[in-house]
Design a binder for this molecule. Structure first.
Ligand code: AMP
Length: 217
């Protein structure tokens, strides 16, 4: 058990896009998370397993050693904080951007210029707070857990801070992107104590992932 290596992943895009990287490291997950109800998935290596956790819980599992490594979006990582986490690789998967969006009839530029106080709804309060503080814009943040697009449409907020990929969700809700805060992609995170104690095994995975990234090809 002591030499068991545990990788925390969330179902969906991160799981799917991590599989080719694991394969490059010679690791194959033996069960399909969409078909199985299991939360601990075995691999073809007896000492490597995958645990399925909520996307926002991946940094927590890795920080406290419930998993040795994990894959998490930069957005989730910033919101959680990076204490106890070593971040060796940008995996360049699940790419999107963090943006500010408003209703198409809301004159964001004029409001910012006037120094108006903006009501901003978001799940990403740390990123939003830092961004508007750096910009010198006063904001009242409204924390939401989903369907951020609804907030400007119902008068709950003037603007939202959310992830944008194709822009189709914004368009369907008559919202426009007015600021691009940062590019987002998924990161490999490693528990700092595990990195010391299981160095050879973890290094092997980091090196195989790194060699399989687009930039390395
Ligand atoms: P889109 O319509 O393609 O711009 O996608 C936007 C919606 O998908 C938003 O509700 C986002 O929260 C979500 N989304 C897009 N890309 C990602 C990603 N890489 N990770 C998590 N959620 C995402």
């Amino acid at each position: 058990m002591n030499n068991m290596l545990t990788l925390a992943l969330s179902k969906g895009r991160i799981f799917d896009e991590t599989m080719p990287l694991l394969k490059a490291a010679g690791i194959e997950v033996l069960e399909d998370p969409e078909k199985s109800r299991k939360l601990i998935l075995p691999t073809n290596h007896a000492n490597v397993r995958v645990v399925l956790v909520r996307a926002s819980d991946v940094p927590t599992y890795v920080q406290y050693g419930g998993a040795d490594l994990g894959v998490t979006g930069l957005d989730t990582l910033i919101e959680h904080g990076t204490d106890g986490l070593y971040q060796p690789l940008d995996l360049q998967i699940a790419k999107c951007r963090m943006s500010v969006a408003v209703r198409s009839d809301f004159d964001y530029a004029a409001m910012v210029k006037q120094g108006a106080r903006l009501k901003v709804a978001t799940k990403y309060t740390t990123i939003a707070r830092d961004f508007f503080a750096t910009k010198g814009v006063h904001v009242d943040l409204v924390k939401l857990y989903g369907s951020m697009e609804l907030a400007p449409l119902t008068g709950l907020a003037d603007a939202i801070v959310d992830l944008v990929s194709t822009g189709n969700t914004l368009k369907a809700n008559h919202l426009v992107e007015v600021e691009r805060i940062m590019d987002i992609s998924s990161r490999l995170v490693v528990n700092q104590a595990a990195l010391k104690m299981k160095q050879a095994d973890i290094r092997r995975i980091i090196d195989a992932f790194s060699a399989a990234l687009p930039a390395a090809k």
